[in-house]
Design a protein around this ligand. Sequence first.
Ligand code: PLP
Length: 361
Amino acid sequence: MIYLDYQATTPLAPEAREEMLRWLDGPGGAGFGNPHSIHRMGRQAEAAVEIARERVAALFPSGGTVVFTGSATEAINLALRGSEAGRAGRPVAVSAIEHSAVLDTALDLPGDTTILPVDRDALVDPQVALPEGVGIVSVMQVNNEVGTIQPVADLYERVKARGALFMCDAVQAAGKIPIGEADLIAISAHKFHGPKGIGALWVRDGIELAPEITGGGQEGGLRSGTLSPALCAGMGMAAKVALERMDQDAVHVASLWDRALELFPDWQVNGSAAQRYRGNLNIRHKGLDVSRLISDVREVMFSAGSACASESNKPSRILSAIGLTQEQARGSIRLGFGRYTTLEELERAAELVNCAAAQQG
Ligand code: PLP
């Protein structure tokens, strides 16, 4: 099996797995303590959580706090629903290519939601018009379907000057490129070789949030519920390794990208080829039936648009937002590769995909 779906999830790093194991100990082990207990085992588990928090914090800009959550979706909900602006019903603005975790949550807030357009390159204009009285703006750093990198630094400065909050979904950026400045930033461990079931919200100092989940008051009262030391430790180690290897991983990904462009000469790249994370190759082929392609090429794990869009079998909302026709969107595939992908795997996958595509024509 060749795994080319790195935007859906990434393989657990061996270092992260190793770090998790001692916190999964059963009877007789010392690693299963509740990190909120005050006895020695509890304190040890708490120390592991705090080391992990520091490691995760190193991914973010300085001047903020990391709140562990169960997923990026939960972090995004806490940021948007928990913010003063979100609760007070002030206008909200989100880009047209946000993940549904952001879009659906924004649409559910009491304030009006404005959808900020993107161009054919899948980029938001840093000078895009913001609605009058806007309270919160959310634009992602790296798009999950096409990989384009948004001008979040410029947007943050403009939003700040308007007295509004800027939220950034950095799920596809974290651990791959430096995370940009924002007020609230959401990430997910399993997208950078950490475990599933844990995410984090970074909250800039001075920003007040109301909790979505109440109870025992963990995470500074922002997210009650017993933390999993194993998941925290795994996320922390994944963050540490990603930071240490960021340049090396980027060089590897760039070489795979260059080769991929040679391997798919009859396909067009969706979204800007220049302003993007290069571990995401979203390409289209005329007249292709992607569902058939995915079932024909059983050896390669890849996706039609996003994983969520492929389940619903609707043409991708993101590809439609960048102006592709239904036929073009339906003929698009996403190949996601990264740290553990080899050149041989990419070449074999291209051979299988191109061969199956040719049989359709
Ligand atoms: N935002 C983006 C850009 C994503 O790609 C994803 C997951 O695919 C999410 C948010 C949601 O992350 P999680 O599944 O950890 O809640």
